[in-house]
Design a protein around this ligand. Structure first.
Ligand SMILES: Cc1ncc(COP(=O)(O)O)c(C=O)c1O
Length: 414
């Protein structure tokens, strides 16, 4: 018999049925397939191209800065929304790295305990029951999930290759647009790897003004670019009137576990975020903030990280192209988003067909011990991350030639 607890769960997480679903989610399916493949091939190397975070730890000087900052008594207290050292470094970084001038660290920047935390807090600032949250798909769903917790509805805009993986804002039905309050975009994008253009951002600002929308630009990968300067949404004329940008230390500085980012932009929106944040958490450890301020003052760290991903991208694109998989190097991020084949023909002439990218991904794990993340939300694609484990450049080459070897003698059909 169920405990009375079973009847107490809120509808937003499944109510009385919470925990009883039998559906297996994508990442669990990948995990299970990896476990089964390893059991069937003991001692073999599973090449993991499915990882969504850096393969290396933070740079030694950042770790030392953290150790120094952690030893300071004044850093021991609740940070709340404070931490002027980090705010000032963030404002300087916005100017120095993204070319966005004039950000006031006191009123236009508040830290986050990572972008994920900011995306989970912001719907509380904006979404009433019945409001629409415009999101892009495939994508990082956190803002949409929390919007639905508050009784909002999510309208997904498909990211399609024919539109360079930019959303078609004109596709939103007028009734949906009337109820829409927010638009979340993310460039460089997870999972497509696509970058935005200044023209696209300008059209977003115009659209937001026309339809009274708040724009939230999730810039978690913003600084990881392979050429030129990172493109901030806030560099767009008028962007500060309509939105905010979310930056993260996670990917640009190999600091996923450190949990720090910042919300920057329109002062009224930043203040609303700060209000709800104050009622949600007590801020990130000031020593982490101080060490991250050190990191922001050293953007050459991100340039070195990006150069590594760029080199790995070149290698992986060449390998995949050699086997007729249509990979195209993106301009940033660490994601290579590749159209899934319809079928594979093995050495023995046997054809395996893939109904969805999920089937292709499972086949890659089972048959080739190569793990990727499938996306079937807007076309069938597999996401290959260049954050695979390799201890140095020769090892990186070894991994790439191992992928090459494993894909040999298989022909893919589209
Ligand atoms: C698009 C996107 N946004 C946000 C995040 C979360 O980043 P953070 O570590 O800053 O919470 C991720 C992490 O994978 C992401 O891919």
């Amino acid at each position: 018999m169920d405990s009375y607890l079973q009847n107490l769960f809120a509808d937003r997480i499944g109510g009385k049925s919470f925990g009883k679903g039998t559906e297996i989610y994508k990442f669990e399916k990948i995990k299970r397939a990896k476990r089964a493949a390893m059991a069937a091939n003991p001692g073999a190397e599973l090449i993991d191209l499915g990882v969504g975070e850096p393969d290396e730890m933070a740079f030694p000087d950042c770790v030392q800065a953290l150790a120094r900052a952690a030893a300071k008594s004044e850093n021991r207290t609740y940070a709340d929304n404070g931490g002027s050292v980090f705010k000032e470094a963030a404002a300087h970084w916005m100017q120095n790295v993204c070319g966005v001038r004039g950000i006031d660290p006191a009123t236009q920047i508040v830290h986050s305990i990572g972008t994920k935390a900011a995306l989970s807090i912001l719907p509380a600032c904006l979404i009433n029951p019945g409001d629409v949250a415009l999101m892009t798909t495939p994508g990082y769903p956190v803002f949409g999930t929390h919007s639905q917790y508050y009784g909002g509805q999510v309208h997904n805009l498909a990211l399609l290759e024919k539109n360079n993986f930019l959303p078609d804002l004109n596709s939103i039905p007028p009734e949906t647009l009337r109820r829409a309050k927010s638009l979340v975009i993310n460039y460089p994008n997870n999972p497509t790897g696509a970058s935005a253009s200044p023209e696209f951002f300008a059209s977003v600002v115009e659209f937001a003004k026309q339809h009274n929308l708040v724009v939230i630009h999730d810039a978690a990968y913003a600084a990881l670019v392979f050429e030129g300067k990172p493109l901030s949404f806030l560099a767009t004329p008028g962007a500060i009137d309509v939105g905010i940008e979310l930056h993260s230390m996670s990917k640009s500085f190999n600091m996923t576990g450190w949990r720090l980012g910042f919300v920057v932009g329109n002062p009224l929106l930043v203040r609303a975020y700060a209000d709800v944040k104050d009622n949600t958490d007590s801020g990130q450890f000031l020593a982490i903030q101080e060490a991250c301020a050190y990191a922001l003052d050293h953007p050459e760290i991100t340039r070195a990280v990006a150069a590594k991903y760029s080199r790995r991208m070149d290698g992986l694109v060449a390998v995949l192209n050699r086997h007729s998989l249509p990979a195209k190097k993106p301009r940033g991020s660490f994601f290579l988003y590749v159209k899934s084949p319809r079928s594979a023909i093995g050495k023995d002439g046997k054809r395996v067909t893939f109904e969805r990218s999920e089937n292709f991904s499972q086949w890659l794990i089972t048959e080739k011990l190569i793990s990727t993340v499938p996306w079937d939300d807007a076309g069938a694609y597999a996401r290959f991350s260049v954050t695979f484990s390799a201890k140095d450049i020769p090892d990186e080459r070894r991994v790439l030639s191992e992928i090459d070897r494993r894909l040999a003698a298989t022909a893919f059909e589209f």
